[in-house]
Design a protein around this ligand. Sequence first.
Ligand SMILES: [Zn+2]
Length: 536
Amino acid sequence: MKKIISCLVGVTASLLCASAVNAASPERFKGHMMLLADDLLAGRDTGSIGHDFASLYIASELQKMGVAPAGEEGSYYQIVPFKQATLDMSSPKMVVSDGDDSVEFEFMQNMLMSADINNETSSVSGELVFAGFGIDAPYLNYSDYENIDLKGKIAVILSDRPHDFPSEEGSHFRRLIADSLVKSGAIGTIVVSTPTSEKVSPFEKRKLYVKTPSTRWLTKEGEVNNGYPELKGGATLSLEAGKTLFEMAGIDLEEIFEKIENNESLTPRPMGLTATLEKKSVHSETTSPNVVGVFEGSDPELKNEFIILSAHSDHIGVSKNSVLKDNINNGAMDNASGVSTLLEIAHEFHHAKEKPKRSVIFAFVTGEEKGLLGSEYYATYPTVPIDNIVANVNLDMPILTYRTNEIIAFGATHSSLEDTVSSTLLKNEMKLIEDPMPEQAIFVRSDQYSFVKQGVPAVFLVPSLATEVKDALAVSPQTFLAKHYHMPSDDLNLPIDYEWAAQFVEINYAIARDLANAPERPAWNSDSFFSTLGKD
Ligand SMILES: [Zn+2]
């Protein structure tokens, strides 16, 4: 609205008029949403026809907006091969013995297992060794592996981390536990809940995900990525079951929990117990596309550098066994809104008088909900040289049901992107605010992390999640997260504010354009841990 007024009275009328004519429109945004969040697409599950159709729509829109194909073989598509494993719910078995007595832990009562991506029939037996948190983090001067021998043993680890670890780095190292276990020669894992992990991710809630298939992408050589075939079995125990296990070993788990609270070091050691873990899984394979396009830059040199804008196009599909009448998870905010924003940014670039200096890649990635898989595949097999990708701006679940003039850029504090984003926002009468929930480590929990691991500076932008919403017709971020996140009610019945959505597009376009035109390429802050990734 503001621009249209300037158009009539402003001194630089013609310039602003031009931008007003081509500005993002609420109607266009709504048009994308109508299609992407329709029941017909059945929640856009990775590998489903609904997601395939969403991908086709995205590619077709890119074509209309003059964005060139940048997938594989001259197309907009990069087809990602996936392998899935579904657990046979009648099969999991875990028995622990101290030599005299044995205890069987009850699947879905006090013990959970997930499907095995490598073997349809899995079984592992071995001695148990308490291995602390299973974390090896030389950068943080921490290792649970120094005084133990895990070769051929089953590691018992706590589902937590030292509480004095910085949040994002700590989450990063927790994601490397399987790598560390494999390096140590361990053959299986038993994860024990802690009071902290119970708060963050309650055992009862984890039960709901046991039936969800495990999904991994396959490398170009046909190998399962992150398959860890060396780890032949695993289980997660409830708080109570963990106590039983440690009691059998004569170790006081309460004392260990106290040590964690007080940041005292733990003492990894053999437990004098043996365990057998068994389960059966059913395997299948599928494919699902990333859709990628490029808007070529205008500068003869800088056009060889790329800003990559990303948004995941998949969602979680249909809830089975739901008692609700509507069981389609339409994912309007997660992440049809991010996809629509990206499509409208492409529209802005298409109509802008001046082309950006650097090239801009639009990447609509699949498999985010399965574990950031499509973006990880793209970052592993980028369609332009990874060293030429100078920054990633990711959009995941911008909740557009309330207004704010504050934007969060998760991860901004790690790179020069903080300055660029902040100054662009100020020019647009918006403000960059600090991450209001650093303990959640959101920077390592959406698709930007896939690029970060390859050394690309990145941010993940959302409208403030801390805003207090007074408008009675709006849905606040707090309400959205509590009631609609990953629910069938994340649909077009939400009071989506399309005027604000169009403004959100403008802001993101301005950021993308400023990054594409910046004289210097974005850089990690030299003291950030993330500056050390992707360099090997
Ligand atoms: Zn989601």
